[in-house]
Write a protein that binds this ligand. Structure first.
Ligand code: DGL
Length: 296
């Protein structure tokens, strides 16, 4: 098969990466896509760096064996902790979700008309602990906008006093969001209450934008948006990642040829029926072609 016509590989710890998959499909309708959801081992967000690297490397190996032209790590946790390693071992170009989301957050906050240069990020415990977003945002703000100082706050041990820096970055982990989504608790009162609970301290800060730093969170976007209010722009890393992947494929002349709609194949490490049911809800259409893979 011609190299350009090879599929794009996309993976996540579970269902969340489908939010990235959906965005990719929207703007790259002709590409063949292979998705891997590690449903047997989700969540990644409370696991160690070593474990996340091990799981992510296994999946990357599986996808590259299937012959793909690029890989997308549609998981913030894996992008935060494993991407550097994956880049070293990957035989194909590999993309994470942190960089595109961070780029957009910098643009939004620096151009905020009210002058609120405050960026909030929500993610899994592992993503927040890694500080990947803060580091990337800080670097970009310094490089692109000449920001001199960036105060980084982890909200678990927050001290808001004396803030007078050029940019404030607040990261907060929301560890209950992923299990709620994986359980399909999308419209339940309990989900709304958990969102309220986690966002309360962020709302007080009136951030210019809120980065959904976990690919599961866009599934709860309507509730999150309502809670955080109109003055805070929500940034979906999946949307930004899809844009930058499209850009890359165009620039490197790697787009698939032809105008036939792309195929979609899904692999999971457990319970394909459940994936079909919940995944179909997220994508808003039935999912077929789901296969189980066992890594043991
Ligand atoms: N959806 C993933 C992320 O973007 C991982 C969630 C998890 O497995 O904890 O971080």
């Amino acid at each position: 098969m011609k190299f350009n016509n090879l599929p794009i590989g996309i993976f996540d710890s579970g269902l969340g990466g489908l939010t990235v998959f959906k965005e990719i499909r929207k703007i790259l309708p002709f590409e063949d896509l292979i998705y891997f959801g590690d449903t047997a081992r989700v969540p990644y967000g409370n696991k160690s760096k070593e474990t996340i690297i091990k799981y992510s490397s296994e999946i990357l190996g599986f996808l590259t064996d299937k012959k793909i032209k690029i890989a997308i790590v549609a998981c913030n946790t894996s992008s935060s902790l494993a991407l550097d390693y994956l880049r070293k071992i990957s035989p194909v170009p590999i993309f994470g979700v942190i960089e595109p989301g961070a780029q957009k957050a910098v643009e939004v906050s620096m151009n905020n008309i009210s002058g609120r240069k405050i960026i909030a990020i929500i993610g899994t415990s592992a993503t927040v602990k890694s500080g990947a977003y803060s580091k990337t945002i800080k670097e970009k703000a310094m490089l692109l906008y000449g920001v001199k100082k960036a105060e980084i706050v982890s909200i678990s041990n927050i001290d808001f006093n004396g803030f007078n820096e050029n940019l404030k970055i607040i990261e907060k982990s929301c560890p209950l969001f992923v299990p709620l989504v994986e359980e399909g608790f999308l419209n339940e009162e309990i989900t709304k209450n958990v969102i309220k609970y986690y966002l309360a301290s962020l709302i007080k800060e009136k951030p210019a934008c809120l980065v959904l730093g976990c690919t599961h969170y866009p599934i709860l976007k309507d509730f999150i948006e309502k809670e955080i209010g109109d003055n805070t722009e929500i940034i979906d890393s999946g949307v930004e990642t899809a844009r930058s992947v499209k850009n890359y494929l165009e620039k490197s002349e790697m787009l698939k040829s032809g105008t036939e709609l792309g195929s979609e194949t899904y692999f999971v490490s457990d319970d394909s029926e459940r994936f079909k049911e919940l995944g179909g809800k997220f994508l808003g259409r039935p999912i077929d072609n789901v296969y189980i893979v066992n890594f043991s």
